[in-house]
Design a protein around this ligand. Structure first.
Ligand code: FAD
Length: 454
């Protein structure tokens, strides 16, 4: 859809930030997202600099009957930060983070990335659960749930959300918290960006000083023993410890990698980690007492923009010997070229102590999730990489729960979206009818308004 010149001029006059339209280099730059597979052409991109811009952009979209995509960090693998034909409300310039060390809280503007957030909060030795790659946005990650190195100690990112300022589909600015617009507050914590433009997130922070963290890599011939050990040991681990395990294919060759973050007393952590560090003969062990931001940066070099991505995922129901063998047999027989990973992420702890209906994120009981990840550069390799990802998923699927994590979900159809929201779907659909009855915010893992077919 094209928007006429006088309307574009009107919007430009209402915005403090920039407005990009097709046919310019800035537009082509602004429509790029993290996953290079995505190539969408919005009608307009409004790069907002403040709340007033976001409100003006929502009103304009409504007047022009344009659907809206919201861009936070732009990391969504399905590229839901951009759309064809609609209006992109791009928050990437809104990155201010204000920390209050007395109340241990932080306000982060809607386009903040976790790198910026950690930098601001770690200046006070504070942190909250956030994404493990610094360029990921606080926006999409929190609204979908938000798993990260601190999740077993402090819960998900959404569990640490205290309030949010939201521009709703009718262009109103509302605050959602435990005391105000409580229904919306519930839906924001796992409802995946379905309810409006969040211009500010307020988080609870926690003291997080140096952590014990780093990576241990075992050669593949020790992977079966190490994975069996990991299953039992990680399930009984203290909340301070999160360890992800991943079968990886990197430029250094294949291996089983453990990424570690212990956020309690360092001496105690040394004891807790000893059994893992004394297991077999790892080819690398970088565990040390380091600043929290060092652990948050472990994967920065791996996840550079401009790469193509294909992801599949689920929550592990049965972490059995058969599951481990199925993973290893597949990985060894169909050894992928770099970069590929089958990552097992460590949940449980504080994540599991929140009720399945207390927030819109309902997958509280799984102790581990699995993420199959392929990353490549050459478009000609796309089919082979996607096929590998699908084949791998068919191997692990029998061991998974039926639901999925909305933030890792691909374009997998409506039934799968419903199962991702699980038992909370109907309540979310009713909330969608209240706050976005015509489904203006539809570029996400979409919840259809209960009373319409929009
Ligand atoms: C390299 C990489 C690492 C990742 N690591 C983690 C991880 O450690 N833990 C984890 O849980 N997930 C992780 N993810 C998944 C991540 O949570 C999702 O991709 C998430 O959508 C990213 O948020 P974003 O703001 O960057 O995304 P965007 O693509 O900008 O947005 C994604 C969705 O959220 C909505 N949205 C974003 N910001 C706002 C806002 N301010 N207001 C309203 N809606 C908004 C968008 O409309 C869109 O539908 C990772 C993804 C990548 C690519």
């Amino acid at each position: 859809m094209t928007v006429n010149i006088s309307s574009i001029r009107q919007l430009r006059e209402r915005l403090q930030g920039q407005l990009f339209q097709p046919g310019t280099d800035e537009y082509d730059d602004a429509r790029k997202v993290f996953n290079a597979m995505i190539d969408r052409r919005p009608a307009l991109i409004a790069r907002c600099v403040d709340v007033a811009d976001a409100i003006a952009a929502v009103h304009f979209a409504r007047e022009m009957d344009l659907p809206i995509a919201v861009r936070g960090g732009g990391h969504s693998v399905i590229g839901s930060a951009v759309c064809d034909e609609g209006l992109v409300i791009d928050l990437s310039e809104m990155t201010d983070v204000q920390v209050d060390p007395i109340t241990r809280t932080a306000h982060a503007a809607g386009g903040t990335t976790w790198g910026g957030f950690d930098r601001a909060t770690q200046a006070y030795d504070l942190a909250t659960t956030g994404g493990i790659v610094p360029s990921t946005g606080v926006g999409g990650l929190t609204l979908g749930g938000g798993i990260g190195h601190l999740n077993r100690k402090f819960g998900l990112a959404c569990d640490n959300l205290l309030s949010a300022d939201v521009v709703t589909a009718d262009g109103r600015l509302v605050t959602a918290s435990a005391n105000e617009n409580e229904d919306l507050f519930w839906g924001l914590r796992g409802g995946g960006g379905n309810f409006g433009v969040v211009t500010s997130f307020e988080y609870q922070l926690h003291p997080v000083g140096p952590v014990l963290g780093g990576e241990i890599i075992f050669p593949l011939d020790q992977a079966k023993t190490a994975l069996r050990f990991y299953r039992d040991w990680s399930t009984d681990a203290p909340d301070e410890l999160r360890v992800d395990a991943a079968l990886v294919s990197t430029l250094d060759g294949p291996g089983l990698s453990f990424e570690v973050c212990y956020c309690g007393e360092i001496d105690t952590g040394e004891k807790v980690l000893r059994p893992l560090r004394q297991l077999g003969s790892p080819r690398l062990d970088t565990i040390d007492s380091v600043p929290y931001e060092t652990v948050q940066n472990l994967l920065t070099d791996v996840f550079q923009p401009g790469m193509r991505h294909y992801w599949k995922s689920g929550f592990v129901r049965e972490f059995s010997d058969d599951f481990i063998e199925a993973l290893l047999d597949f990985f060894v027989a169909d050894m992928p070229a770099p970069f590929a990973a089958i990552a097992i992420e460590h949940l449980g702890g504080a994540v599991s102590r929140v009720g399945a209906w207390d927030t819109a994120f309902g997958h509280r009981q799984a102790q581990h999730s699995v993420l199959i990840l392929r990353m490549w550069q050459n478009p000609a390799d796309s089919d082979a990489n996607i096929q590998w990802g699908r084949k791998c998923y068919s191997v692990v699927e029998p061991f998974l729960e039926s639901g999925a994590y909305v933030n890792y979900l691909g374009e997998e159809g409506e039934a799968r979206v419903r199962s991702a929201y699980g038992a909370n779907y109907e309540r979310l659909a009713a909330l969608k009818s209240k706050y976005d009855p015509t489904n203006v915010f539809r570029f996400n893992q979409n919840i259809k308004p209960a009373s319409s077919t929009a």
